[in-house]
Design a protein around this ligand. Sequence first.
Ligand code: NOJ
Length: 723
Amino acid sequence: MTEKKLKELLESMTLEEKVGQLVQCNAGQFIENTLDITGPEGEALPAEDLCRVMGSVLTFEDAAQARALQDMHLAADPKKIPLLLMLDVIHGLRTTYPIPLAMGGSFDDDLMTECADMARKESAACGVHVTFNPMVDTARDGRWGRILETCSEEPLINSRMGAALVKATQGEDLSRPENVACCVKHYAAYGAPEAGRDYNTVEMSERQLRETYLPAYKACLDAGARLIMPAFNSLNGIPCVANRWLMRKVLREEWGFRGVVISDYNAVGELVTHGVAENPKEAVRLAMEAGCDIDMVRNAYYQYLPALVREGTIPEKDLDEAVMRVLELKNELGLFENPYHGADEALEKELYLCPAHRDIARRAAEETAVLLKNEGILPFPKTVRRIALIGPFAEEKHLDGFWSRPGAWKDTVTLPEGLRALLPEAELMIERGCGAEIGAVDESGIERAAAAAAGADAVILTLGEEEGDSGEGRSRAEVTLSRPQLALARRVLAANPNTAVVLFNGRPLVLTELEEMAPAILEMWYPGTEAGNAVARLLFGEANPCGKLSVGLPRRTGQYPMPYNRVNTGRPKPQPDSRAFPFTSCYLDTPNLPLYSFGYGLSYTSFRYEDLTLDRETIGREDALQATVTLTNTGKRAGKEAVQLYLRDPVASVVRPVQQLIDYRKVALAPGETAKVCFTVTEKQLRFYDFDCREVSEPGRFELSVGWADHLMLTRRFELKKD
Ligand code: NOJ
């Protein structure tokens, strides 16, 4: 449709029809007409008209339903403005790939592209027009249950992976039926709730916000994301959906964003609960004034916006602008010409869980697994005959993680399935031992599990956190393994030390006690559909672990928040980080450093880093320097290594981190092979926000290092010249 036609369409719309474009309900409410629309104002349309005016629907099931919803709506709407269909496709639709927190640990943007591309195809075939993805809330606190949805504690990873996902999902041309629009979320700083409790308030300096939290949203918008979702939380006193500074000043004015802003689920209505609006009508006014275009579910806009416009509180011009943004998105998606977009039942069947997609999901699960410890027992030889498979996840199918599609778990390959496929001759002895749920007490299965372990050649001990214990609204005050699991580990490891622990969890867990007793630990996070195959191949050496930690693992929950890029303080604790020193920044009862730091992860091969060289010692603002390091695979297996480049700015006008990841690259090397890994560093990477919140770089000395957080191996200095 031409721009002129769109304008004519807008001009032809009644007030109710315009408001309808800004309202969203879920498929159930839409079909059954159950959205509660009676409010004190009596302004809302009668229930039967809901289907006619509704602008968008979220959370539907499949292509058939997508078509049916569109048909229902178009039959009722004389203006024939198609519905927008939205869904949370976070880490795969039907073929589930690992949770984002695992994906970040791949340090491999191309892997993210491949996975997102697969999700795009399945989503488009399902009839999705908009996915509520990527979620790029930088998070440094494992108590927060939604940490699994972010790629990392490091904004650079969130920015790069988020941008890769946006590009792969949206493609070049949104009108093509195989492409899907992205909604980046949750703007802003939702990943930093006080005390790690979901939905809790966020208080932080503008400097911190701009430096650590805003860049990833901006990177996704720069990559072309068409929508953005303000977060549930209040930020420095103002709930994000009513935060004019965030949305009008930063988003629209500074960043020039012209796409659609959609609230989170009932976030407009919740302005009343936050205590910043007296009633829902005031909530609507605040959200509209702040620049929120669509009201997701619970229909506050639907009930009160017409009255606010009629009485002149909200200028009709503002309403028109918001409606136009929605119409433009529909137009860009080509919905006026093809309202079903990619919805295609036959293609759905063909794509879901097809071998090519399973293959991507399996590789992703393998390449995001982090080998935390290995005292020479892994990989197990494929000749083992008796394998004890123990623990709460031994036969579990729920290995997909939060935001996998309802029922997707039914297709997940379990560990016994994966092991039997790889080792058909081996005998499997399976004992659950105990449960993984928070507060579990039943230890009655432990002795049987220990007996099975004692009689095995190799033991796989699965531990972790139940799938439902991380995700939205799933915060924890202690991020520990349940007591029975630790008791199980003790008994099984005593019965047979040839035991590898395999972990399934959606957040960093405290592994301090486990680490002392287990000779090998493999962190799988929630690996998705191909879980069992990936685990089997990793444990028996068909695949070589190459994931790194996208977030540090604490020694104790009390260390949170625990960013790897901390500042030095005036009284840093001397290293080594083994005992407390009075009058330094330390804990009396716990070391400062995490048990495993950000960027850490082992392999079945070994890598040598040498000769970090810089091609120049000084740079000006317009220059670029090349940092090159020589990497050699010194082991006997092919492997991949995530080479990480860190920066330190030792003296600046404000305190700067002791280490800051500024670039990374995943490198594959055959045994004995050497590669020169080269990074380009420019003045832009040296910038930070100064005391007055201006983005600056300051001349002076800088250090570049390779390694991983808290273990920087090689360091070189250079200088940024004065202008
Ligand atoms: C609430 C969540 O916070 C958000 O991430 C999600 O996209 C919406 N619900 C829609 O399901």
